[in-house]
Ligand binder design. Structure first.
Ligand code: PEP
Ligand code: MG
Length: 579
């Protein structure tokens, strides 16, 4: 009888293959005493194990295909660096000397001390970094204990789906090379480096399937659905055929989409559409370039302020922005100023202020204007980056005219200061604003006249228009981009931009959801910014659309204000696009 196991799907894709169950088991590390005379010998044994571990990791590194993303190679380099770090080299030696114990035990004591430090951290991302310590320590322990395993990734597992308790980034990086189709682990989470590597190498993966290996025998045929986080065991032929068909369709679709990378995003009636990307971290630029986006339409800078205990200063910010400008090689970069507050709290802010409704509180531009000492260095850093390439500054959550005039005054102050300090900047750097508060959408004419460009932040615009907390599961069902009020506001903003000659983009999730592409083209949107992974799918739909026809269908439906009419049209528009 078929069984279904569930975990967290961290890397999409379907794999059908035979299970290869890795029973590496828990390493049993026991303590035994040594005499003073044996200390040197024990330290030599420990050093030799470190040397073997370095050799294994270097062997893995040498086999990484040359076109692998730089940050993936960096994960292996991080582990190599840890093997040189005194906390894992000198400290265990000292423990051997002080405690007169064996190397394995000394290493375990040191590992426990390091892990305790990580566990005290509140931040879930940093907590996952303890995995790095465990992965490196485990590698050394296996060598000391002469436990087997595929230590240097040299074994081939062609057509296998790997099942393990946990896997390291080093295990994962060579999987394609080894012919592994997918992997399933007992532990792990979506933020782990292993998950990141799996996603960027497009290896379907499900993690956190506790006890998964209890129900799956070595060699058994299984199906992994990395999107839904599901593993199917002991399925009949009909289900396997169904998944094989799905897999084929997905592969065909991906291959077709890849061909669109260097094709222009132009509709059937010859209207060009700008497709830009949203990024959160500098390394996301690789994805922007891979899909050949027209630049970055939203860089969420708040991620530079999160996961740390201090605030980045002007110089650090400048270096970060300058690095992105350089990697974009002439493509525009839209840097959004800090949108902290609500669900995005920096660690450095100390105690979170008591606030009954953070989404309506001191957030984004309000927080920045409240604290110019926080805002000014960022404005200066963005201005300095504008001397190096096409940079635009974008203000989040605008709602009123005074916010704009106070921000302009600060930008002016930053320009004067930089000129005084002899620092270069582009005096004509465009300044735009996000339209994500209904008040700003209703006053879009005003904002369009004041700013160089607008960008619709539909995630918040929908939240504030429909009074639904976007992170509250209980009211999520009310979150509706098709609500006539939302569509009218979107249309009004696009029209206001056109009247003022100010470009209007959209950078909320709606812009990257292919189901809405035609509706938005019909409303007159010509600039979309989205997760890079959605861009080619959206481009495919753009190329199959006719804006004139869409306009004729969409405008009357939205004007009717009738939810049923709008939904009916939406369904026709999406069913037209054969996926
Ligand atoms: C939005 O609100 O649509 C948006 C893009 O900003 P964020 O999701 O970062 O709030
Ligand atoms: Mg927003």
């Amino acid at each position: 009888m078929a069984i279904q196991l569930t975990g967290i799907g961290v890397s999409r894709g379907i794999a059908i293959g035979r299970a290869h169950v890795l029973q590496r088991g828990e390493l049993e590390v026991i303590e035994y005493g040594i005499t003073r005379d044996q200390v040197d010998e024990e330290i030599q044994r420990f050093r030799a194990a470190l040397q073997v571990a370095r050799g294994q990791l270097r062997a893995i590194r040498n086999r990484i295909p040359p076109d692998t993303r730089a940050d993936i190679v960096e994960f292996i380099d991080t582990h190599l660096l840890m093997l040189e770090d005194s906390t894992l080299t000198a400290a265990p030696e000292q423990i051997i000397r002080d405690h007169l114990c064996n190397a394995e035990w000394a290493l375990k004591l040191q590992r426990d001390a390091l892990v305790r430090v990580f566990e005290e951290m509140d931040d879930p991302y940093l907590r996952t970094r303890r995995d790095d310590v465990d992965h490196v320590v485990n590698r050394i322990q296996r060598i000391l204990l002469q436990a087997d395993g595929d230590a240097d990734g040299s074994q081939a597992f062609v057509g296998a789906i790997l099942l393990a308790d946990d896997l390291t980034p080093a295990d994962t990086v060579l999987m394609q090379h080894q012919g592994i189709l997918a992997f399933v682990t007992d532990f792990g989470g979506p933020l782990s480096h292993t998950a990141i590597v799996a996603r960027s190498l497009h290896i379907p993966a499900v993690v956190g399937v506790h006890n998964g290996r209890r129900y799956i025998r070595d060699g058994e045929r299984i199906i992994v659905d990395g999107r839904r986080g599901v593993i199917l065991v002991d399925t009949d032929e009909a289900i396997r055929d169904q998944y094989a068909a799905l897999q084929k369709r997905e592969r065909r679709r991906q291959a077709q989409l890849a061909r669109l990378r260097n094709q222009p995003a132009v509709t059937r009636d010859a209207v060009p559409v700008a497709l830009q990307a949203n990024i959160e971290l500098p390394d996301d630029v690789d994805d922007v370039l891979r899909v050949q986006a027209h630049g970055v339409g939203l860089y969420r800078t708040e991620f530079l302020y999160m996961n740390r205990n201090d605030t980045p200063d002007e110089e650090e910010q400048f270096q970060c922005y300058a690095g992105i400008v350089e990697r974009l090689g002439g493509l525009p970069l839209t840097i959004r100023t800090l949108d902290l507050g609500a669900d995005k709290q920096p660690q450095a802010s100390g105690e979170t202020p008591v606030c009954s409704n953070p989404a309506l509180g001191l957030r984004a531009i309000r927080l920045c204007l409240h604290d110019p000492a926080l805002f000014l260095p960022q404005i200066r850093a963005i201005l300095r980056a504008s001397a190096l390439g096409p940079v635009r500054l974008m203000l989040p959550m605008l709602s009123s005219a005074p916010e704009l005039s106070r921000t302009f005054a600060l930008i002016q102050e930053a320009r004067r200061g930089l000129a005084r300090d002899g620092m270069a900047f582009d005096p004509a750097m465009p300044v735009g604003g996000m339209i994500e508060v209904p008040a700003a959408a209703l006053m879009a004419d005003f904002f369009a006249r004041q700013l160089d460009f607008l960008s619709l932040g539909t995630n918040d615009l929908i939240q504030y228009t429909l009074a639904i907390d976007r992170v509250d599961d209980e009211v999520n069902y009310l979150y509706d981009p098709l609500h006539p009020a939302v569509l009218r506001l979107v249309q009004d903003v696009i029209d206001a931009g056109r009247r003022a000659g100010t470009p209007v983009a959209m950078c909320g999730e709606m812009a990257g959801d292919p189901d809405y592409t035609r509706l938005l083209l019909g409303l007159g949107l010509r600039e979309f910014s989205m997760e890079p992974s959605s861009l080619l799918e959206v481009k495919r739909i753009v190329k199959r659309s006719d804006t004139r026809r869409l306009r004729e269908q969409v405008l009357p439906a939205v004007a009717s204000g009738d939810p049923a009419t709008i939904r009916g049209l939406f369904e026709r528009l999406t069913s037209d696009v054969v996926r």
